[in-house]
Design a protein around this ligand. Structure first.
Ligand SMILES: Nc1ncnc2c1ncn2[C@@H]1O[C@H](COP(=O)(O)OP(=O)(O)OP(=O)(O)O)[C@@H](O)[C@H]1O
Ligand SMILES: [Mg+2]
Length: 253
């Protein structure tokens, strides 16, 4: 059974009377890395936030282990919230600037593991900082005092500390220099291997998606054009649009 899936999801932004998603069904299996690719404005982030429970669909259902997310209550809902973690493009924007990075890591732990003592939570945070390649000393700094790449490592550490089943990474390296992009994506690949977490990897960069994912959904204007195995996209792509994306990324194929 899929860890996370959605069935016939439509999203209309009523203020604008704009249909951002049209009848989307997709799934993420245990340990699988699934990509969403498509041009800016096609609805990638909207789909990511609906399947991750941050936004509600106008129509359709989101399922977590087969259970309708809109019906989850109390403990079950909190478990879902903790199990699906996000990493965004702008990690600093999602961190309280008055907190030290240590506090940034410990705060969600404190909320989710209230039975653990403070010293234990700090120990876990420092250990995780090491695992994502940061020196423990950096945790005394504030978000605005570190580089974009370091902040993204903190965001990854913060997500991992909650032991998620699914990590939704929305353009999580787009704002970084190319060499730092590669470092962060390789860190995520390492995380994949070590934790067996599933990923929903959202990016407009097809090459990056293929480097990271098993399967990719190609989106255009709020719809899924097709879903392809990343290893043989060239052979399998049936739509004109996917062919164009492939051509943009790799030249004529
Ligand atoms: N809260 C909102 N209210 C109204 N329209 C919205 C809202 N959020 C997104 N949209 C619109 O929905 C469409 C899809 O937006 P979305 O952010 O999902 O696209 P995206 O594929 O993630 O784009 P990008 O690659 O630029 O991040 C866009 O036209 C956007 O303007
Ligand atoms: Mg987006």
């Amino acid at each position: 059974m899929s860890v996370l899936s959605c069935v016939n999801v439509t999203k209309i932004f009523h203020d604008e009377d704009f249909e951002a998603l049209r009848n989307i069904s997709m799934n993420i299996e245990e340990g699988e890395s699934v990509g969403i690719v498509g041009e800016s404005g096609c609805g990638k982030s909207t789909l990511g936030s609906i399947i991750g429970g941050l936004e509600e669909p106008t129509e359709g259902t989101v399922l977590y282990h087969g259970n309708d997310v809109s019906r989850l209550k109390g403990r079950d809902f909190r478990h879902f919230r903790r199990s699906v973690q996000y990493i965004f493009q702008d990690p600093k924007g999602a961190m309280n600037p008055f907190f030290t990075l240590r506090h940034v890591l410990v705060e969600p732990l404190r909320i989710n593991f209230p039975e653990a003592g403070k010293a234990e939570l700090v120990r876990r945070a420092e250990e995780m900082a090491g695992k994502v390649g940061l020196p423990a000393g950096i945790l005394d700094a504030h978000p605005y005092e570190v580089s974009g790449g370091e902040a993204q490592r903190i965001a990854i550490a913060r997500a991992l500390l909650l032991e998620p089943e699914v990590i939704i990474a929305d353009e999580c390296v787009s704002a970084l220099d190319l060499s730092i992009q590669a470092e962060v994506v390789n860190l995520l690949r390492h995380v994949r291997k070590e934790t067996h977490a599933s990923f929903l990897f959202i990016s407009h960069d097809l090459d990056l998606v293929r480097y990271f994912c098993d399967r990719v959904y190609v989106m255009l204007h709020g719809r899924i054009v097709e879903c392809l195995d990343c290893r043989h996209m060239e052979e399998d792509a049936a739509s004109e649009y996917t062919r164009m994306l492939l051509e943009d990324a790799y030249g004529k194929c």
